[in-house]
Design a protein around this ligand. Sequence first.
Ligand code: NAD
Length: 497
Amino acid sequence: MTHQHVPQNLPKRIQHFIDGEFVDSVDGATFDVLEPVSNQNYLEAAAGKQADVDRAVAAARRAFDEGPWPRMLPRERARVLNRIADIVETRNERLAEWETFDSGLPITQALGQAKRAAENFRFFADLIVAQSDDVYQVPGKQVNYVHRKPKGVAGLITPWNTPFMLESWKLAPALASGCTVVLKPAEFTPLSASLWPEIFREAGVPDGVFNLVHGIGEEAGDALVKHEDVQLISFTGESATGKLIFANAAPTLKALSMELGGKSPAVVFADADLDAAIDSTVFGVFSLNGERCTAGSRILVERPIYDEFVRRYVERAKNVKVGDPRDPATEVGALVHPEHHEKVVSYIEIGKTEATLAAGGGRPKGLETGNYVEPTVFIDVPPTARIFQEEIFGPVVAITPFDTEEEALRLANDVKYGLAAYVWTSNLERAHTFGQRIEAGMVWLNSHNVRDLRTPFGGVKASGLGHEGGYRSLDFYSDQQAMHITLAPVHTPKFGA
Ligand code: NAD
């Protein structure tokens, strides 16, 4: 490991955080964590198993049943959430440095993450204070109202792409709703999650409300999913893992929210603003190293502009700067882990047999070690190709021409996923009518992914289950109890009278 590369203040080992205390695993087990530039181990993390999850869930249960958190007024919880947001923002530089080091995310793209994480806490603080629930009146007979209460102990399982930010997506609405939580971060990138305990402590979150168990998915994650005393699982990760969790949660009938994989289309019509479409579709698949659930990884281009689009796109892709994630000039850094690197490279090899390689396709020159991949463009990709159908989760894009709107729609929808879609056209009517027919949870017209936190977030088909975002997240983390009040004598059949 090159030593100037290692951030200062980096821990050598990280522990679980249970009931307000840092603890090792009950059996003392740990796992090694590597960083993706040198692929050297630099950190030992406590490896949680059933016994550790049991401890964390018991602490969360106690805090839920006996502690103040679920019973606090929304304003009181909101104050704590706002303090969390303020503290998160003060960690911006350290977070960016750690995230870049641990995950290979380019530093310029890591630098915004703390702000976005803080915004999640502010947003849900506002929402719980402003929230109102329904009342139904039956004049003279009945009043019914909705009594909202937190669901209980929330199990939060998160992936390794933008780990801290994605953890905040779940932590903020879960805590805002009054749930207590057990977070199981991704084992590839557990470093930044170790910032949460001190942030929550400083903000005044009571002991036991936030618990953190590190570990392997099949051990710590699995124990959380199967735990009798966990009321819900919010999961973000691969569709295959989502299916397994769905089955494993069945015996305990948990509430599930799943944000899964994607293979999102960007559809570019001939009347599109081509400059804007190229900027956006290049960014859409190469930002965050292409390790992005909503990446526009299939670009469908109308035939009259296909050649020009491809020529300009390829030129840009060849110019994208791959390099050390810490270098502010870097646009694509190192992929998170050698296993993932191998997966992405194997898809590139498959692509070479299925379509025409127009840019990239290998290891960038001068970067002989580390998990680097050239930004890779395949053109004339048939819809039957695996690189058209399967999520690669790296800087690899498939470009395919189309002749008619119906063909574009068929191509857009002809995959098992349905997370996001991007439509480029200057025809207002078509933008809406075409966009609405795409099987995707989220559609952007003439834009890449820019999201208002109030809008629904989630996918359809293999991309997810349920939608979070705004009040939908609060609904997921709370129960809405129907209270019925009788205002007049009720007609009661007199059985046995
Ligand atoms: P993954 O499914 O391998 O792992 C995600 C998390 O699940 C990790 O914490 C892992 O330890 C845990 N896990 C693994 N097996 C488990 C099991 N049997 N029981 C319980 N937990 C288990 O996903 P990943 O490789 O970390 O992340 C990349 C994937 O996440 C991609 O498919 C990407 O599209 C998806 N993703 C989706 C969204 C979205 O919002 N839709 C956002 C980001 C990432």
